[in-house]
Design a protein around this ligand. Sequence first.
Ligand SMILES: Cc1cc2nc3c(=O)[nH]c(=O)nc-3n(C[C@H](O)[C@H](O)[C@H](O)COP(=O)(O)O)c2cc1C
Length: 153
Amino acid sequence: MTNLLKILIVYYSQTGNTEKMARAIEEGAKSVVGFNVEVKYFVKPEELAESDGILLGAPTYYHDMGRDMKNLLERAAKDELNLKGKIGAAFGSYGWSGEAPNLLLEIMKNRFGIDVVEPSLRIKYNPDTKGLEECRKLGKTVAEKVLKKSLKI
Ligand SMILES: Cc1cc2nc3c(=O)[nH]c(=O)nc-3n(C[C@H](O)[C@H](O)[C@H](O)COP(=O)(O)O)c2cc1C
């Protein structure tokens, strides 16, 4: 089927913690029927524009989000991608300060006009059972918001 609603989860992860979050978010989004959910590490900026829901995940390293995610957002801005009104959320694992997910959310909201779920989902180091449940919940929330928007309710 070609006209399924699409949710794209893009993450960056060095030691796998944010990746675990991304996989649990995928499960949550897939629990809402009628979605094409993709989890990717690298995407072309256009793929953001082709999605109805966008979840971006980055761990915090040196108080920042990492080069790969920055490049993606810089290219999306340079290409003047229109992401206004899409549904979005940000997440990431962290150790002590956890800036990256908040930076992501800020850019999604204020630079691209994405309708974001607030606050960002931040989990300290390796997500435990409760953390993974929060991730599933976020995936489900984004999917439900996308669905509502598509039905205009
Ligand atoms: C070199 C290095 C720098 C880090 N810098 C920060 C930091 O500035 N703030 C923070 O909250 N956590 C920091 N951390 C902790 C990581 O965010 C944490 O280990 C996280 O779980 C990594 O996620 P990942 O497994 O998805 O890569 C740092 C870790 C390393 C190894």
